[in-house]
Write a protein that binds this ligand. Structure first.
Ligand SMILES: [Zn+2]
Ligand SMILES: [Zn+2]
Length: 118
């Protein structure tokens, strides 16, 4: 049996996973998927996980702060090549909009808020 160092979940063949935000090692149970990438067309997507929404927010703030922007395509939101799950997308859109407000790009912020119905 392998035991998760983060939540204590034990399972045969436990795959150690890492939080993209704080690099904490956890497992499939305590780390939630927030995005997918598709490095190889036709192959299953790669899952990207965080241990909490606090970590996700920090990660999104960091990425948006270094110049990545959110883009909507085919009904999904992307940040860079990461396809965000709906709840993560909502949070990232809000962070991006706040970033625009700080940069006094109020029209861009308003447009973003509109897309998520705020
Ligand atoms: Zn974390
Ligand atoms: Zn765990």
């Amino acid at each position: 049996m392998a035991v998760c160092p983060n939540c204590g979940y034990s399972k045969l063949l436990l795959t150690p996973l890492t939080c993209d935000g704080c690099r904490r090692v956890g497992c499939e149970r305590c780390l939630g998927v927030y995005a997918y990438t598709y490095p190889v067309p036709g192959k299953p997507p790669v899952q990207h996980r965080v241990c909490s929404w606090v970590c996700f927010d920090r990660l999104a703030t960091y990425n948006i702060g270094r110049g990545l922007t959110l883009a909507a395509s085919g009904g999904a939101w992307y940040i860079g090549s990461y396809q965000l799950r709906p709840e993560a997308a909502q949070r990232a859109v809000r962070i991006q909009a706040e970033h625009y407000v700080l940069a006094e790009r109020h029209e861009d912020a308003a447009r973003l808020y509109e897309t998520i119905g705020m």
